[in-house]
Design a binder for this molecule. Structure first.
Ligand code: GUN
Ligand code: ZN
Length: 441
């Protein structure tokens, strides 16, 4: 079984930091090492001790002075929108109709879907993201491409075919029965195969009829270990349109509640303009609100109210939301998260940011046994961050005097240039992608 000692400044979280001085929430080992065997973490600790226990002749990847963290996790993005990032000048509904519903039609072609899926996985990895939760297009071919590309790299990925049967071009619409049948077949093929997890994905209330919502409800009831994902309260026009289509619902959240879709495996993108009642319903059901700061600023959607989620006991996670999100980088995402919260008079400490990128997002997915921290038995999904990866950042970093300051500079100024290496199940991936003919598109 392959063994490797990964040496560097090891940082991993044990709990959600309750303040900037909450040193019990994380473990930092200055001359640390992660001992990996057969794709899993065996142990972490002081390099001298771990290396002695690992025995002589062990292969060593010496990443000093870089930081060694669990791989980053992105809880919401759209793989068919990889080439639609930076589409100009529109808010949500116009943006969807003008750009996205045009772009997603290309995924009827399996070869296109495969090429984009390869590039998508490589972009994630070059940004240090080892697990992500993505929407595919309405075409089953896009799901095949997505999970095949993840499987080829050994990545733990969550995804699913979008279901949409109205308010979209003909070429992007399924029917309630077709959405159900195709989803069921894809779950049977992919859910639990290797490291794949399926997400049942009605796009949002606007693009699903009540009949499709009923089919989604049946799928969720029949497949309780699958994730569920949709969008909620991103934009004022969207809310008005969605609630007009479901006049019997109390509010937007109640649309999903009435169809039994809210549970602790449900991820709801955006959740910006919610009432206390709605956030309380998310808290009661364990559903997760997904904060997508670069997207929310890019589309002019609004500011996520993190403090309200915390006050009402609702769960939340962070995500890029590519292609409304403007970067694959979770570092850049936390840079914008900090600014969005700041505009709302809320603070995000550097330790809390890095907790969210790793253990926090893993907990939001209920996958913390496998990913998000470097505990014994965890998957060896690891990112190595170079705090001097960008020149202006390196210059600023010279004046940093604490780990908290270093992390804050990394999230504020860092991007994919700061990812020195990324391991998927113990295998170094940097430089593996962007080479094949499939990636030339
Ligand atoms: N709401 C429904 N579909 C989408 C999408 O693709 N992106 C965003 N940002 N919001 C959505
Ligand atoms: Zn989205």
């Amino acid at each position: 079984m392959s063994e490797l000692l990964i040496r560097g400044r090891v940082l991993t979280f044990l709990a959600e930091p309750q303040g900037i001085d909450d040193t019990a929430a994380w473990r930092y080992i200055e001359d640390g090492a992660v001992f990996v065997r057969g794709g899993k973490v065996v142990e972490i600790g002081e390099h001298a001790e771990v290396s002695r226990r690992a025995g002589p002749g062990i292969a060593v990847a010496d990443h000093r002075p870089h930081l060694v963290l669990p791989g980053l996790i992105d809880t919401h993005l759209h793989f068919p929108q990889t080439q639609a990032i930076a589409s100009y000048g529109a808010q949500l509904l116009e943006w969807l109709n003008t750009y996205i519903f045009v772009e997603e039609q290309k995924f009827a072609e399996a070869a296109h879907a495969a090429a984009v899926a390869d590039r998508f996985m490589d972009e994630l990895l070059s940004n240090g993201t080892t697990t992500a939760v993505a929407y595919c297009s309405v075409h089953p071919e896009s799901v095949e491409a997505y999970f095949s590309a993840a499987e080829a790299r050994g990545m733990r990925m969550v995804g699913g075919k979008v279901m949409m049967d109205r308010n979209a071009p003909d070429a992007l619409r399924d029917t309630p029965q077709q959405g159900y049948d195709e989803t069921k077949r894809l779950i049977g093929k992919w859910h639990g195969r290797g490291r794949a997890h399926y997400a049942i994905s009605p796009r949002f209330a606007i693009t699903s009829t009540p009949e499709q919502m009923e089919m989604s409800q049946a799928l969720v009831a029949e497949h309780p270990t699958c994730f569920v994902q949709t969008h909620l309260s991103e934009n004022r026009d969207e809310i008005a349109f969605a609630t007009s289509l479901y006049p019997q619902a109390k509010d937007y959240t109640d649309i999903y509640a009435r169809y039994g879709l809210l549970n602790d495996r449900m991820l709801l993108g955006h959740c910006i303009h919610l009432s206390d009642r709605e956030v309380s319903v998310l808290a009661e059901t364990g559903a997760v609100g997904v904060f997508c700061p670069t997207s929310n600023l890019f589309l002019g959607s609004g500011l996520f109210d993190r403090d309200r989620f915390d006050r009402l006991g609702a769960r939340w996670s962070v995500a890029t939301d590519v292609g409304a999100g403007t970067s694959f980088s979770m570092l850049e995402t936390m840079d914008e998260a900090y600014k969005v919260l700041h505009l709302n008079g809320q603070k995000l400490t550097p330790f809390n940011s890095f907790y969210r990128l790793t253990l926090g997002n893993a907990r939001a997915l209920g996958l913390e046994k496998h990913i998000g921290s470097l505990h014994a038995g965890a998957d060896a999904d690891i990112v190595v961050l170079d705090s001097s990866g960008k020149s202006a950042m390196e210059y600023r970093m010279r004046t940093a005097t604490s780990l908290a300051e270093e992390l804050f500079i990394l999230q504020t100024m860092g991007d994919d240039r700061c990812v020195a290496e990324v391991y998927v199940a113990g295998k170094a991936m940097k430089g593996k992608g962007k080479t094949g003919a499939a990636n030339q598109r």
